[in-house]
Every structure is written in structure tokens, then in C-alpha cells.
Design a protein. Structure first.
Length: 303
């Protein structure tokens, strides 16, 4: 009888049996890498369509870095850029959380990480992309329209009252002023310098191109980006994480609440896991003139 008992395979203990019913991220021996998607235009898009901002993604980032048993945090980025302020604030929050929790950050670029989107990607300790991904565009852009001739043709008289010599800088309904343009370009150069310093610090020792090549606002596809040191390799999130942490790696997606419950608790966080799209003026017809003026202001300082 004793020989028959000893030949049997040992029965799993209670703890082992319980673990079979637990989510993968709570099981012993399973590496956990939470995933946060950062998608869309960064900053204010239109008055009714906010884009990605620190306020919209802060809680998602905190949840990801606070995930139990996490070995790293993965960021999936798909953004053409936008506000330099929001881009840098999101970058800083990621780096602050990474230092606090002592977790590496792995960035995976989908279609595009350009301008402000690339600034956020620089928060990663490593950046991976697809061969067809677009990366770079390290520069600052500003643009607008000139309507002074158009309003003359339709018989509209522009009336503008200001206190302050430069309060109406780059007003789209007035002729372009050379001094206004010079001041705008000076501010753009200042912001560009901040952007360049951030990239050089984040990618220290890995950049392989000259400043005249890397920081002109040009952008490149994945393979060339890797060759220039803007990214570390070609790879998708699933294959890369499995190769590094094993086939059973758990990758819980940290997403904003959705559905009926989120409607009761508040609006869904903009720019996190959803693409914010530019769709024309984005204002009602009665507000057309005001919207054009507002867009001209937004266009002064963008990535």
C-alpha cells in the first residue's frame, strides 16, 4: 500500500490550486508589464474636442506604475504632436514615476511619434518601432491665415481695440507685420532649444546624426530612425515583451473607464486610448470668426 502511494504524483497544494483561478498578473512567477496607450493630437484641438494632456493621462500612468509585481511599464505611442507644454509635462510625469517606482519604461511606436509625440517617446528607456513607423520632426511650427484682402472683397470692416502695443500680434485680419514675425520666430527658437536639449539628454550616447540633420524638423521611417539613434530597434510589443520576460508575460492594458458607469462618474479622459482628430474649424457657424482668431493663437506655438 505504501509503495502505491509513493508512486502517485504529488497533489498540488491549496495555494497552487487557487493560483490557477487568479488573473495572470497575480500569479507567482508571471512577469507583469502594464500597457498604456497614448494616442492623438497633444493639447487643445478645438474647444469641444480636447486632445491628449497630462490631466487626461496622469491617473492612467499612476495606475500603470503602481501595478503589483510590475517588471516594467510599456507605452504604446501614436501621436503626430501638438502642444509643447503638454508634451513635456507628460514626459516629465513618466520619468518621475519611473524613478519613484524604479521601473524601466519601454516605448512602442505605432504609426507615428512625431514632434511632441516623439518628445513623449523620449521618456522611454528604450524605443521600438515598426519599419513603417514615422519618427522625428524635432522642431517647432506656427501657422495661420491672412484674411485682410478677403474681408475687403466681401465688404467687412475690421474693428479691433487693444491696450498694449503687441496685443493683436499676428491678427489674421490685419496685414502681416515683420516685427511680429520676428518675435514669433524668437520664441520658436527658444522652444526648439528646449526640445533639442531634452532629446539629447534622453538619447545620450545613442544619437548618430549631426544636429543639422536631426533637429531640422525632418522625420524618418523606422529603419532609418534606428540608424540615426532616434529608436533602439524594430519590434512589436508582443514579440519584444515575450522575448524579454517569457511566453507567459502578462500585459494588462491600463485604460480609462468607459460605458454607462463612466458617464455617471465623469467624462472619459481625452487622448488616452482614443485618437483625437482635427476636423476643420470645429465651431458652430455663428462662431466662425471667433474660432478662426482662436485657431491663429493656438497655431503660434505648436510642435
Amino acid at each position: 500500500m505504501s509503495e502505491q502511494i509513493s508512486d502517485r504524483a504529488p497533489r498540488p497544494g491549496l495555494l497552487e490550486r487557487i493560483q490557477g483561478f487568479l488573473p495572470a498578473r497575480l500569479r507567482r512567477g508571471v512577469a507583469v508589464v502594464p500597457v498604456v496607450r497614448l494616442s492623438g493630437v497633444i493639447g487643445a484641438v478645438t474647444p469641444l474636442r480636447p486632445g491628449m494632456s497630462l490631466a487626461g493621462v496622469a491617473k492612467l500612468l499612476e495606475r500603470a506604475f503602481g501595478t503589483r509585481n510590475a517588471k516594467a511599464v510599456a507605452l504604446v505611442i501614436n501621436s503626430p504632436g501638438g502642444s509643447p507644454v503638454q508634451s513635456r509635462q507628460i514626459y516629465l510625469r513618466i520619468r518621475q514615476l519611473a524613478a519613484e517606482k524604479k521601473l524601466p519604461v519601454l516605448v512602442f511606436v505605432e504609426d507615428v511619434a512625431a514632434s511632441g509625440g516623439y518628445m513623449i517617446a523620449c521618456a522611454g528607456d528604450e524605443i521600438y518601432c515598426d519599419p513603417s513607423s514615422i519618427l522625428g520632426s524635432i522642431g517647432v511650427v506656427g501657422g495661420g491665415f491672412g484674411f485682410e484682402e478677403a474681408i475687403k472683397k466681401i465688404g467687412v470692416e475690421r474693428r479691433l481695440y487693444t491696450a498694449g502695443t503687441h496685443k493683436a500680434t499676428l491678427d489674421p485680419f490685419l496685414p502681416e507685420n515683420a516685427d511680429d514675425v520676428a518675435r514669433l520666430k524668437a520664441i520658436q527658437r527658444e522652444i526648439h532649444t528646449i526640445f533639442i536639449a531634452l532629446v539629447k539628454q534622453s538619447r545620450a550616447g545613442r544619437l548618430k546624426g549631426t544636429d543639422d540633420l536631426l533637429f531640422t524638423g525632418e522625420y524618418w521611417a523606422g529603419e532609418t530612425s534606428v540608424g540615426l539613434g532616434l529608436a533602439d530597434g524594430i519590434g512589436d510589443i508582443r514579440s519584444t515583451l515575450r522575448a524579454r520576460y517569457g511566453e507567459k508575460v502578462s500585459t494588462p492594458v491600463i485604460a480609462p473607464a468607459s460605458g454607462m458607469l463612466s458617464g455617471l462618474l465623469g467624462r472619459r479622459a481625452p487622448g488616452a486610448g482614443s485618437m483625437a482628430l482635427l476636423d476643420g474649424i470645429g465651431a458652430l457657424p455663428d462662431d466662425l470668426i471667433s474660432a478662426l482668431e482662436t485657431r491663429a493663437i493656438w497655431a503660434k506655438f505648436g510642435f
